[in-house]
Design a protein around this ligand. Structure first.
Ligand SMILES: Nc1ncnc2c1ncn2[C@@H]1O[C@H](COP(=O)(O)OP(=O)(O)O)[C@@H](O)[C@H]1O
Ligand SMILES: O=C(O)C1=C[C@@H](OP(=O)(O)O)[C@@H](O)[C@H](O)C1
Ligand SMILES: [Mg+2]
Length: 169
């Protein structure tokens, strides 16, 4: 497959990158891809097991490879993991693409993600951890985004409808 993604979704855990990405891809009639799923396929195990067996640094290395591969050669809607933008290399890879920042408030993200969501970083004290992550990451999401869309109080399909209307052909 060649080409470049129609849209790349970034934002905090719980912003809806995976679910809104699927809805947007269905609406546009293009394939959907999620770098977290690519990482799990490469590693042959779920993300929590990668964190336990090899640690976060190894996960981030797999993530950099997954982002480079997908951004460079995928013609659909691409969702990244919430921490992907922490790597300068990944932010650089997003330049020139249509990047959508899905904005979610802290309170809504905590409600959506909850406990035991399969996100190892949020297994303990999700509210405090998410606050720390949001404070650190929001400027980075904003720095890579070409579109910004609010998600609080709206369904993934409603958010996808707005993105579809805003995307350049
Ligand atoms: N706009 C939304 N409104 C309500 N719940 C949502 C919305 N977007 C996602 N969710 C729910 O929040 C949880 C996390 O969504 P997900 O798509 O996995 O987010 P992300 O990939 O950004 O971490 C899922 O249970 C999903 O159904
Ligand atoms: O915020 C993060 O650092 C992470 C977010 C997760 O993806 P979502 O943002 O899709 O939940 C996943 O990549 C991993 O658990 C690490
Ligand atoms: Mg996701």
């Amino acid at each position: 497959m060649t080409g470049q993604p129609r849209a790349i979704l970034v934002g905090a855990p719980g912003a809806g990158k995976t679910s809104t990405g699927q809805a947007l891809a269905a609406r546009l009639g293009v394939p959907f891809r999620d770098t977290d799923a690519d990482i799990e396929a490469t590693a042959g195990k779920p993300i929590p097991e990668i964190f336990v067996d090899e640690g976060e640094q190894h996960f981030r290395a797999l993530e950099r490879a997954a982002v480079a591969a997908a951004v460079g050669d995928f013609d659909g809607v691409l969702a990244l993991g919430g921490g992907a933008i922490m790597a300068e290399e990944n932010r650089a890879a997003l330049a020139g693409h249509q990047v959508v920042h899905l904005v979610v408030s802290l309170g809504e993200a905590v409600k959506r993600v909850g406990l035991h969501s399969g996100r190892p970083l949020l297994e303990i004290n999700p509210r405090a951890t998410l606050k720390f992550l949001l404070d650190q990451r929001i400027p980075l999401y904003e720095s890579v985004a070409t579109l910004t869309v609010e998600t609080d109080g709206r369904s993934p399909d409603e958010v996808a409808e707005e993105i579809a209307a805003l995307l350049k052909p």
